[in-house]
Write a protein that binds this ligand. Structure first.
Ligand code: EPZ
Length: 416
């Protein structure tokens, strides 16, 4: 098993290039199932989760070809409606094939994804929305058995603005008969990016990016060539690294408009942030100011940035309250950061972080994707050596993270 070893204390300098967004690439690659013919995707990040979805799409009968960060998918051969447990359990976003399978093959047998480290991750809202669109759904032996002779437009109310739920339902509704509305839809940038791609393929979707999305069903869609938007969480992770290390560097090929809440909070922490087209120039503060955050759905502070921000607060000059309102178990990183000397107490869904003068390097264990990123960040600023184990979690969502940090001057290496 690979691990990452870091000698802390370097101020990061230079420039880092942001990769394509994992959470846009996954649903957009799946949307290739909605048409026959070859779709071409550029700026696709080379990640384990992307490889998992490509494997699943191949299993369903599509042809997938990868050349670096360009992926070509032809779903003309889509002929298998079964998404097996051993693939779905590895990557929960596999549930995204459910909508397209119903739209194209009128049936689906998809394993229930099950939970993960950060929570139970139910998909009841996905299933409720598909039922609203006319699908019949049974749960048998750990699988979702779904059928729909013809999906029909409907008004769908989501109890929670679920991101992949919105994406699943947008795909199912795109080829349904008639008009659908998704109310209380997720507003994340990845939803808008996906709708833009689907509209380029001939879908008729309005309002993506707002909480009410209108979809006029079309009879068929066409293949297209698109580029994946930049990863806002990767960019935010590097911003935290600048604030932590007192660094001064440029983050390029990013989308500052997707990072409003993170930019706001990091300015309050004391960072200097200049924004230009596709670029964020950030200079870390001499003194890190304690700031409270509550994770919220977009455009609030992203839950995927909570663990990283907590590391920053662990060496701030006061007390910060960090509340996690999206997932019920997303504090697993706390025990590992405390082993590095952080002073954090948990009360319900809030963590009280009392800043300490410095963290100390230690061997630590990654538990989920963003927690592993937070441990790498902690290592960058801790005194001495930090060894982050189980970094397969990291490889799910960050492309060559240690190489990018090395280019910024960090003393970091991956060892097998
Ligand atoms: C997406 O997950 C992201 N993953 C997550 O990123 C991200 O943390 C999350 O959205 C929130 O922004 C992808 O896009 C692939 P949700 P998703 O459905 O869609 C409840 C990362 O690190 N809920 O918006 O699974 C659920 O329990 C990952 O990149 C239901 O109750 O998240 C949770 O409390 C982690 N019923 C809340 O909604 C449902 O049917 C948010 O879940 C669906 C969700």
């Amino acid at each position: 098993m690979d691990k990452i070893i870091i000698e802390g204390g370097r101020r990061l300098k230079g420039e880092v290039k942001i990769s394509g967004a994992k959470n846009a690439a996954l649903p957009i690659l799946v949307s290739s199932m909605l048409t026959e013919g070859q779709c071409v995707y550029s700026n696709v990040p080379d990640l384990k989760d992307v490889n998992s979805i490509k494997l699943l799409l191949s299993t369903l009968g599509t042809s997938v070809n990868t050349d670096g960060n360009t992926v070509k998918i032809n779903a003309g051969g889509l002929n298998n409606h079964k998404a097996p447990y051993d693939l779905v359990r590895k990557m929960r976003a596999s549930i995204l094939v459910l909508g397209p399978l119903l739209a194209r093959l009128k049936k689906a047998r998809v394993s229930l994804p099950g939970g993960c480290a950060i929570g139970a991750r139910p998909i009841n809202l996905h299933l409720k929305g598909l039922t609203d669109l006319g699908a019949s759904i049974e749960l048998k032996h750990g699988y979702i058995e779904a059928r729909a002779d013809k999906l029909k437009g409907a008004e769908i109310y989501l109890d929670f603005p679920t991101v992949t739920g919105t994406e699943n339902l947008m795909m199912a509704a795109a080829l349904a008969e008639g008009t659908s509305y998704i109310k209380n839809a997720a507003c994340e940038p990845e939803i808008k990016a996906m709708a833009d791609v689907m509209n380029k393929m001939g879908a008729d979707i309005k309002g993506a990016g707002t909480s009410c999305i209108k979809i006029n069903g079309v009879s068929s869609m066409n293949p297209s060539s698109v580029s994946i938007i930049p990863d806002r969480i990767e960019a935010g992770t590097f911003m935290i690294a600048a604030a932590l290390t007192g660094g001064d560097f440029k983050i390029v090929d990013c989308e500052p408009d997707h990072l409003g809440s993170v930019i706001d909070k990091l300015r309050r922490v004391g960072s200097k942030i200049e924004i230009s087209k596709k670029c964020i120039h950030i200079t870390g503060p001499d003194e890190i100011i304690s700031v409270d955050i509550k994770t919220r759905t977009y455009p609030g502070f992203p839950t995927d940035m909570q663990a990283q921000f907590m590391v920053l607060m662990s060496i701030a000059n006061g007390v910060s309250t960090i509340s996690e309102t999206i997932f019920e178990n997303r504090f697993i990183h706390i025990s590992e950061i405390k082993r590095m000397g952080a002073n954090i107490t948990v009360s319900g869904n809030s963590a009280i972080v009392k800043g300490v003068p410095a963290l100390s390097g230690a061997p630590v264990m990654a538990s989920d994707l963003r927690a592993s990123a937070s441990l790498v960040l902690a290592g960058l600023v801790a005194n001495g050596k930090t060894e982050v184990n189980r970094i397969y979690h990291l490889d799910r969502g960050y492309e060559a993270l240690e190489k990018k940090f090395k280019l910024l001057g960090a003393k970091i290496k991956r060892v097998s």
